[in-house]
Structures are given as structure tokens and as C-alpha cells.
Design a protein around this ligand. Structure first.
Ligand code: AMP
Length: 581
């Protein structure tokens, strides 16, 4: 089992990168095995805040730029951020008391100044935190509080009433609350709180996964390994440096909002732009304000790119500052990728189509900023980010489940709600399972969707992503989803959900493109025209929900729906299905 016994070369590779971080005690060891788990840089000590902000206090340029829904732009230097972080850290220490470093904090917020400053204060103090998306349903928030067991919850002043009604619950009664107003932060405090020394393996944060697979899990990341990998992948894949102005349109409650909105660009001395909501980019005036900030890298969720494609017609952006585009979260169909690069006038360059999970901490495979469409075509997730991220024997013909053979520093440390969950991530050979299907063609990797979403048509296995990419080639189709269904006669088939009006879509054209790509056997059993797809708040299509409602549209118990963006979508789809029967 190579995973738990890393090769010497792998250790040497990461040893060379030790000096990319600021250590309070430089590690001598790279990896140590303990209780069937690997610890990265076990004897190293560092502080994440020091790496992100405290080492930049003399800089004049902004470190973070916030853009809110009123198109108000707030530019903050490291020094200005440091005032706010010291102010908040001091409040936290007072509330948590002597033993504050061994307590946990939930940050209940969306992408905002409040969540950013709270995250950075936790990093400074070395307090294990978890960002919980503000607009999640009550039940989902309670569930996360129950699993994480924080001593303190930080939220916005206007959310006070939301928590007051929970106070009767025993667990919550014992907790402290800190309700803040963004304006409270307009402060220059003289208090200076030290950046505490933390073991590299100290828990940095827990993030509950999007739940696209049905069970939200609390994925825990360590300090040293995670930070090293964030910095490494941001530099290597995007080419970020001190001059970069980087826009990652992701909410703070998702892994991208941690790794690529904050830690990666901040440790590299770049400026990061944080949007109050990724959806703000659908407003032309806000998009233009961001362009005026001289943004050099734009990194967006695929669902957002698809929406932009349907909105920004006959309009193009051409700026010499923008050098690189990235995509995240979902398969990027070649037709959508092409529109994306043409819209931003970067036709020949590859899109950094990043493949990663909450569990991997950072990108495991993607094209890099130097590549062109010629060597990393649209639709592919390029090559693994390092020669030590080895996938199993992928081939060009049959999509197979993708695993990673050797460890890497960004790998999750564990799962907060159960060791059994953690064990499940490793297959019989001891490789790390990613639960996605992939192929490799001319050295580039293609992701075909989740293992659970594979479409079985009369014994032929096709990934959902592959079918959807073909359908998306048709004009007037904004979004679609293909799901596998049981078909006793034919031994498996699929149905298509298309976002759009039936009258406007050429169904014959859709079928023809499927026919010519896969053959007559692959025609959909039924096409439903719907207003919206069920999606998680991070923009992932909830294919398992579509499958469940197709199989039983009268069923009400649909497993975990805590991360769904809009529940009303489900009722509308149920209605369509029932009407068609
Ligand atoms: P999460 O941990 O919530 O970010 O979800 C990770 C999952 O999103 C992966 O396992 C994939 O199924 C999917 N995913 C992420 N990035 C890509 C990508 N570039 N192409 C295709 N699927 C992706």
C-alpha cells in the first residue's frame, strides 16, 4: 500500500517546497505515519495568518477588495485588515476565556467582510473554525452546529433573532454568540494579539461538503499541509504572483472560497477580489466595475458561466489586464468553454478547468496558465498538478472510477462525523477514492461525472457529463441534466431535463446530436422542459434528486436537501413528471 508508505522521491519533492511557507519552526520531517493516518510536516510550527496577512503589513496596495450588491467597492490593505483582525481576536479571547485555543467557532455568514475577518482572526489565534453558509435552512444549520459543537457562533447582528429561538436547545444554551455589524469593523485598535504558534497538523477548519451525493460530511483540514498545497496549486496552475488581481467567485462556505478566494492568493502576495455573491456577475455594471479594477484572473463556477452565456448576448469584453480564466465545480462542456473564452477575448488559451473536491483541499488536475487549447483542449481537466498525483490506469475508451495512488499535502485530515466515513475513502489497494469517472486522451484527463450518476443504456455506461455536453451544443439550451433510469425492457435508459421552453428548442436537433455522437441506442426515453434544475448553493446540479423524483414523484422524503438553492424547483419538476404519466 503506497499511500501510507510514501516514496522517498515524493518526500524529497515536498521537502524542496518547505521554504515557500513562513514557519515559526521549520520542519525536519515531511511525513509521519500515526494511527493509520499521515501527518504532513509533523514537527513544523506555523501560523496561517502570518503567512497571509501579517507578513504584508508594509504593503501599500490592497490585499483584499470587496464588491457588494450595491456595486460599492471597498479596498483594504493588509494593515487595515490587521486592525480589524486584532479587534475581533481580542473580542473572541474575552468571550472564550483562558482556554480559548482549544475551543471551536462557527462563522455563520456569506461572503463578506465579516466572514473574511472572522476566518483570519481564527487563523491568527489558531482556533478551529467552520464557515456555515448563512442562508442554509434552519435544520441544516442546527445539524452542523450539532456535529461541530462550537463554543462560539459569530453571525451578523440582523441574524440575532434567528438564533434566539434556538436558545432552548441544551447544546446551544451553553454556547456563546457574537453578533456583529459590518460597520463595527471600521476601527483602528491599538491592541495587538500575537499570531500563535501552531503545530502543522493542528486543525485549521472543517467544511461541510456540498451534499451533491446526499450526505453532508464535515471534512477537516490541517494547517501546514493544507496551506502548502493552497499556495502551491494557486501558483502553479494560475501563475499567481504579487501583481495578480484575482477574482474567485465563490461563497466563503465552500472550499473554493477558502483555498482560492483567500489562502492561495493571500500567501502569494496577490490581491483577491471577494464578491458578496457570485451572482453579482450577472449584472453588467458590476462586471464592468471588476474589469476596471484591472482584474488579471477570473475564476468562476460552471453554473454561473452557463447563466452568463444566456444573458450576455452580442457583447464581449476585451481588456489587456485579463490574462487567465478558470472554471470550477462541474464539468465544463466544450461549447460553454468556447463561449467563455470568446466572451473575454482569450480564444486560444486553455480555461483552467479545475478538478478538485472539498476532500482534496486544492486542485488535483487542471490545465495550467501557460497552456493553449491545442495542448489542453476545452472540456478536459488537463494533467495532474504534480508528478506525484498519480491516477489509476485511465484509458481513452472506457470511463473508470478515478483514484489517487500517493498522498499529497492538501489531503483532508479526517471527517468530523465519523472515522467510518474516512475509511470509506480508501479502496482495497489503499488508493484515495474520488468517486468520479474519468478517461485519459492524449495525456489529458476528462471527468465524466459522479460514479452514482453514470448512465447505463442497455449495458453501455456513459457519464452524465458526456451526454450533457452533447446536448448543450444546441442553441437555446442554457442548462440540462441527464439521469439514468431503470428500464426493465431495455435494461437501462435515461431521461433528459432541459432548462428552456419546449417551443424554442429544436428537439429533433437534440436527438440528432445524441444519435450522431453515441448511436441510436442512446436516445432519451423522455425529455422534460423545466424552468430550473435543482442545484446546491455552490452551483452543483443535484442529479440524485432528479433521479429520486423521477422514480417516485409523489415521494416527499428526499434524503438530505439542506444545501439546495431553491426547494420550490422540486415541486415544479414533480408536477411536470406527474403530468407526463
Ligand atoms: P465538492 O467537494 O462539493 O466541491 O464537489 C466535488 C465534486 O465536484 C467532484 O467530485 C466532481 O464530481 C465535481 N467536480 C469538481 N470539479 C469538476 C470539474 N472540473 N469537472 C467535472 N466535475 C467536477
Amino acid at each position: 500500500m503506497t499511500f501510507l508508505n510514501p516514496k522517498i522521491n515524493l518526500k524529497k519533492y515536498w521537502k524542496k517546497k518547505i521554504d515557500t511557507l513562513i514557519w515559526q519552526k521549520k520542519p525536519n520531517k515531511i511525513i509521519e505515519k500515526k494511527n493509520n493516518r499521515l501527518i504532513w510536516f509533523p514537527d513544523g510550527k506555523l501560523n496561517v495568518y502570518e503567512n497571509c496577512i501579517a507578513n504584508r503589513l508594509n504593503e501599500k496596495k490592497p490585499c483584499i477588495i470587496f464588491v457588494d450588491q450595491n456595486n460599492k467597492i471597498l479596498k483594504l490593505t493588509a494593515k487595515e485588515i490587521d486592525y480589524k483582525v486584532n479587534y475581533l481576536s481580542n473580542k473572541i479571547i474575552k468571550l472564550l476565556g483562558k482556554n480559548f485555543r482549544n475551543k471551536k467557532i462557527i462563522i455563520h455568514s456569506s461572503a463578506s467582510l465579516l466572514s473574511t475577518i472572522s476566518i483570519l482572526a481564527c487563523c491568527k489565534l489558531g482556533i478551529h473554525f467552520s464557515v456555515v453558509f448563512e442562508d442554509l435552512e434552519e435544520k441544516a444549520i442546527l445539524n452542523r452546529i450539532n456535529l461541530f459543537k462550537p463554543s462560539l457562533i459569530i453571525s451578523r447582528q440582523i441574524k440575532k433573532n434567528f438564533f434566539i429561538k434556538f436558545k432552548k436547545i441544551k447544546l446551544i444554551k451553553r454556547m456563546k454568540f457574537l453578533f456583529l455589524n459590518e460597520i463595527n469593523f471600521n476601527i483602528k485598535t491599538k491592541i495587538i494579539i500575537p499570531s500563535y504558534k501552531n503545530n502543522s497538523d493542528r486543525n485549521l477548519f472543517t467544511l461541510f461538503t456540498s451534499g451533491s451525493t446526499g450526505q453532508p460530511k464535515g471534512i477537516v483540514h490541517s494547517s501546514g499541509g493544507y496551506l502548502m498545497y493552497s499556495k502551491f496549486t494557486t501558483h502553479k496552475q494560475f501563475g499567481v504572483n504579487k501583481k495578480t488581481i484575482f477574482l474567485t467567485a465563490s461563497d466563503a462556505g465552500w472550499i473554493n472560497g477558502h483555498t482560492y478566494s483567500l489562502f492561495g492568493p493571500l500567501t502569494l502576495g496577490a490581491t483577491t477580489i471577494i464578491l458578496e455573491s457570485p451572482m453579482l456577475l450577472l449584472r453588467k455594471e458590476i462586471l464592468m466595475s471588476i474589469i476596471k479594477l484591472k482584474v488579471s484572473i477570473i475564476y468562476l463556477p460552471v453554473t454561473l458561466i452557463r447563466l452568463m452565456k444566456s444573458i450576455y448576448v452580442n457583447f464581449k469584453i476585451n481588456t489587456k489586464d485579463l490574462k487567465t480564466l478558470g472554471s470550477m465545480g462541474e464539468p465544463l462542456a466544450p461549447s460553454v468553454a468556447k463561449w467563455y473564452s470568446n466572451f473575454f477575448s482569450l480564444g486560444k488559451k486553455s480555461i483552467i478547468n479545475t478538478y478538485f473536491q472539498t476532500e482534496t483541499g486544492g486542485i488535483v488536475s487542471s490545465p495550467n496558465f501557460k497552456e493553449t487549447v491545442k495542448n489542453s483542449p476545452h472540456g478536459s481537466v488537463g494533467k495532474p498538478v504534480s508528478k506525484f498525483i498519480n491516477f489509476n490506469n485511465l484509458n481513452s475508451k472506457k470511463p473508470i472510477e478515478i483514484n489517487i495512488k500517493d498522498t499529497w499535502p492538501g489531503i483532508m485530515k479526517g471527517v468530523i462525523n465519523g472515522q467510518n466515513f474516512f475509511k470509506n475513502y480508501f479502496n482495497k489497494q489503499g488508493n484515495f477514492r474520488l468517486f468520479d469517472l474519468a478517461t485519459k486522451y492524449k495525456n489529458n484527463i476528462y471527468i465524466h461525472g459522479r460514479v452514482d450518476d453514470v448512465i447505463n443504456i442497455r449495458g453501455h455506461r456513459i457519464g452524465s457529463a458526456e451526454l450533457e455536453a452533447i446536448v448543450l451544443k444546441n442553441k437555446n439550451i442554457k442548462e440540462c441534466s441527464a439521469i439514468s433510469i431503470k428500464d426493465e425492457l431495455e435494461g437501462g435508459s435515461f431521461v433528459l431535463f432541459i432548462v428552456g421552453k419546449e417551443k424554442k428548442i429544436n428537439e429533433y436537433g437534440v436527438k440528432k446530436s445524441i444519435f450522431s455522437s453515441f448511436g441510436s441506442f442512446a436516445l432519451p426515453k423522455k425529455i422534460f422542459y423545466i424552468e430550473n434544475l435543482p442545484k446546491t448553493r455552490s452551483g452543483k446540479i443535484l442529479r440524485r434528486v432528479l433521479r429520486d423524483i423521477y422514480e417516485n414523484p409523489k415521494k416527499n422524503n428526499l434524503k438530505d436537501l439542506s444545501t439546495i438553492l431553491d426547494k420550490s424547483v422540486i415541486e415544479k419538476i414533480k408536477f411536470k413528471i406527474l403530468n407526463a404519466r
